[in-house]
Design a protein around this ligand. Structure first.
Ligand SMILES: [Zn+2]
Length: 261
């Protein structure tokens, strides 16, 4: 059960282990919030319980009422699943940003959710999963980050369970650069669709970025089906990022909808 960390264990780990101190040095890790934003991490003095106090721009991490991730439970029946992925093959660009391993995607791949179209910007990984399903965490979670023309973000979450090795994960892991670096791999393409499960049943709710600045108004869509990765692949990621999952946040009465296929 090594990889089925509970939220409580994650908090303990985050508080007790000075993880990725070297990898996450502020000078070498530009973040989404920009180069001037304060250093944040999953352990040590800048752990998730402190994010909201690290700088003005991060206040929502503490004061926000619609924060992510959450425990997915007591979902109400929503409209039938209407999520269509139009991902195409793209050059492989792997970024090690000091907080996660991220694959940047070129323009032209989209997802349509309830008829709204969003462009895929990047996907990245967390261990253990950030969302939990009835308090159960998966070994890892994959986030496909999209944006529409109005600038609204939609993230599709995929739970990654311990099982068979995944060929696309092998390809990505082989090309992870050093912290703060980007590896635009020459002559290699990949299709993000290869990392999607078969089924399209999903849970939706309104939430936030799970990293500072914790901006809200993010459309969250967590697929009910999972993909598998091997124990070795999980261990390889944990070599870089032992824990990079924000603990679950209060639901504050938000409605979680289940959209069955
Ligand atoms: Zn994420």
């Amino acid at each position: 059960m090594k990889y089925l960390k509970t939220a409580q264990q994650v908090i303990l780990l985050a508080l007790s282990i000075p993880i990725i101190g070297v990898l996450a040095s502020p000078s070498s890790t530009p973040t989404k919030a920009g180069e001037d934003s304060p250093h944040w991490s999953y352990g040590g003095a800048a752990n998730p319980t402190q994010w909201g106090r690290l700088g003005h721009d991060f206040a929502l991490c503490e004061t926000g009422r619609d924060q992510s991730p959450i425990d997915i439970d007591n979902a109400v029946l929503g409209t039938p699943a209407d999520i269509v992925f139009n991902y195409s093959e793209a050059p492989l660009v792997v970024v090690n940003n000091g907080h996660t391993v991220q694959v940047n995607y070129e323009k032209g791949s989209t997802v349509s959710i309830n008829g709204e179209e969003y462009e895929l910007l990047q996907f990245h990984f967390h261990t253990p999963s950030e969302h939990t399903l009835s308090r159960r965490a998966a070994a890892m979670e994959l986030h496909f980050v999209h944006r529409n023309e109005e600038g609204k973000l939609a993230v599709v979450g995929v739970m990654m369970e311990k099982g068979k090795a995944h060929a696309s994960i092998d390809t990505i892991w082989k090309h992870i650069p050093g912290a703060g670096e980007t590896n635009a791999v020459k002559g290699l393409t990949m299709n993000a669709a290869s990392l999607l499960p078969n089924g399209s049943t999903y849970y939706s709710y309104s939430g936030s970025l799970t990293t500072p600045p914790c901006s809200e108004g993010v459309s969250w869509n967590v697929l009910a089906e999972t993909i598998q990765v091997s124990e070795e692949q999980i261990a390889a990621f944990e070599q870089l990022y032992q824990v990079n999952a924000r603990p679950i946040q209060p639901t504050n009465g938000r409605i979680i909808k289940l959209h069955p296929e």
